[in-house]
Design a protein around this ligand. Structure first.
Ligand code: ARG
Length: 578
């Protein structure tokens, strides 16, 4: 990859001037504005400033000992002390050739692979998965794919919400109001109905409230009947969650629910108290963060007045277990933004409890809400929360209508198979494309548009390239050009732009992993499809004379492969014909 080569040379040049500079801080990034070059470094600005020097002077000196003439035009000094690089088309072609021969696909594994624990999806038992969980599921799965692709060891753990006071109410409902037929038809729907019913009754009727409390106490004490019902509620819920995960092609290495940590909670609380991290306040045990600038006003309860541990206690036990069991270098939690305070408290309390854990990085990757087209929280027409399963059904149905309209002659089974990939792909992409921390408006028409920054558009771009290869004489159905001995050559500007863009695939994946932001990859692929379209409009491929023809076919194939892999990292399947 050219940016690595440039980075290497730059490091050497810098070290001859500033021998004790930290090489890791000297980095090359794509130039934000292609008019100034392909790559850029701003490293010398910081380096000079940290030594009280003048950035432009340092950059000028470095330029004097920097030789990149084999791969780039003479680098240019710009602005406050940037150095811009413009790579040579021949050098780009060489890297593309390597990719065509399977040496790499423009990316390399991480230099220091680590174990990453990813906590995502984590829905709650007896409640439907809703659109809030969809973002966690899709985002978390994408991060798992990206981190694995970079060679990290990824452990995915679905932290199921399978414990808490709701089970007292659910047990009362189950024992007194269960509609078995409804349970068979729609288990989560029925459990949700029972919960709502008893929850409402608890508000007005102290006897129901007391009954729910007693059922909960019995469950906590290990009453066999209540334990069996509770297990049944979990199993029924997991079956439905599992169906959704398989539609989304999401899988977990572990599903250790909250209840898994029950046996450890007392210990956690005891240790926190013994070490003076938690103390009594108003009958509860509380961690105060008095000396902490942001958390001082937000103490965290770890044992309530009634003696029960809570979500915070469970997360502390979970953290300890994960570190002990998997020895991760990084633990990532994917939830909506409303849990920011919770995770700041958990992380801070955990650091106090385990001061030796500094080597483990803890990250809360949070996201905003999904809004309806009216700008209000996304709701079903009935006013209820939108159930994920219904949402996926609708996505596939809508996609099917489009597929039938575009391909009326295709066999029905094939139309359905395409519609499934298009529909699910559209939903995933719509979720991954916006900056995750902003709210986004859910719009069927936008996400299914064949023109625009959407999954169907990218799937279509891929199918179009595949169709070029189907037209290759003598290779019916062939989907790869085979390896020609013709070296790739980039002459026309559109070819050069496409080639240069392909080179940055790995850099983008690395940035996605570093910042937990799949939207970079979405936009990269969208731009790739755009560069490809420009290329395809300007450069005949099948009708071009050799050697252009072979060279351009290779460019087509590389584009298709990057589209396929890139979409794959987003959890989106490609389609050969659309
Ligand atoms: N079950 C929680 C919810 O639906 C999410 C759990 C996230 N993970 C965690 N370790 N707290 O909001």
């Amino acid at each position: 990859m050219l940016h690595l080569l440039l980075e290497d040379r730059l490091r050497q040049a810098v070290l001859t001037r500033v021998p004790d500079a930290d090489p890791a801080s000297i980095r090359i990034r794509p130039c934000p504005d292609p008019r100034f070059g392909d790559y850029q470094t701003s490293a010398l600005i910081g380096l000079a400033k940290s030594r009280g020097g003048n950035p432009r002077t340092l950059a000028q000196e470095v330029l004097g000992s920097l030789n990149v003439s084999d791969v780039a035009a003479p680098p240019e000094l710009a602005g406050a002390g940037f150095i811009n690089f413009r790579v040579r088309p021949e050098a780009v072609a060489r890297v593309l050739d390597e990719a065509a021969h399977g040496v790499h696909l423009f990316s390399r594994p991480a230099e220091t692979p680590v174990t990453v624990v990813l906590d995502f999806s984590s829905p709650n038992v007896a409640k439907p998965m809703h659109v809030g969980h969809i973002r966690s599921t899709i985002l978390g799965d994408c991060l798992a794919r990206v981190l694995r692709r970079l060679g990290h060891r990824v452990v995915t753990d679905n932290h199921l919400g399978d414990w808490g006071t709701q089970f007292g109410k659910l047990l009362v409902g189950w024992k007194t109001q269960l509609d078995s037929a409804a349970l068979a038809r729609d288990p989560i729907g029925e459990m949700e109905r029972l919960y709502k019913l008893i929850n409402a009754a608890c508000d007005s009727d102290p006897a129901t409230l007391e009954a729910a409390r007693l059922e909960l106490v019995k469950l906590q004490a290990g009453d066999p009947e209540n334990l069996a019902l509770w297990r049944q509620m979990i199993a029924l819920s997991q079956k439905e969650f599992g169906a959704i995960y398989s539609r989304l092609a999401v899988r977990f290495d572990h599903t250790l629910g909250e209840s898994f940590y029950n046996p450890q909670l007392q210990n956690v609380v005891r240790e926190l108290v013994e070490r003076g991290i938690a103390r009594e306040s108003d009958g509860a045990l509380v961690v105060f963060f008095e000396d902490h600038p942001e958390l001082a006003p937000h103490p965290a309860i770890v044992r309530k007045k009634d003696g029960a541990a809570n979500y915070t206690t469970t997360d502390l036990a979970t953290l300890a277990y994960r570190i002990e069991t998997w020895h991760p270098g990084l633990i990532v939690y994917v939830t909506d933004g409303r849990q920011q305070l919770h995770f700041r408290q958990v992380f801070e309390a955990f650091r106090r409890w385990h001061p030796d854990s500094r080597a483990v990085q803890l990250a809360h990757v949070w996201f905003g809400s999904i809004l309806g087209e009216d700008g209000k929280p996304f709701k079903a027409r009935s006013g209820d929360v939108v159930r994920l399963a219904d949402l996926l059904d609708e996505a596939e149905e809508r996609a099917l209508r489009i597929v039938i309209e575009k391909n009326p002659d295709l066999a029905q089974a094939e139309q359905r198979a395409i519609a499934r990939r298009v529909g699910i792909g559209a939903v995933k992409y719509a979720d991954l494309l916006p900056n995750r921390q902003t709210d986004y408006i859910f719009s069927w028409d936008k996400m299914l548009a064949l023109n625009g920054n959407t999954a169907p558009y990218l799937q279509y771009a891929y199918a179009r390239i595949r169709s070029i290869f189907r037209k290759l004489p003598g290779t019916p159905g062939s989907d790869s050009p085979g390896h020609t001995s013709v070296p790739l050559a980039l002459a026309v500007p559109e070819e050069v732009r496409l080639g240069k863009h392909l080179l940055n695939f790995g850099l983008v994946i690395e940035t996605v992993a570093a910042e937990f932001r799949p939207n970079y990859l979405c936009n990269y692929l969208y731009d790739l499809a755009g560069h490809f379209t420009a290329f395809y409009e300007h450069c005949p491929v099948l009708k071009a004379p050799e050697p252009e023809r072979s060279s351009r076919l290779t460019l087509c194939d590389l584009t298709a492969r990057v589209l396929e892999q890139g979409l794959g990292l987003l959890g989106i399947e490609v389609i050969d014909r659309m």
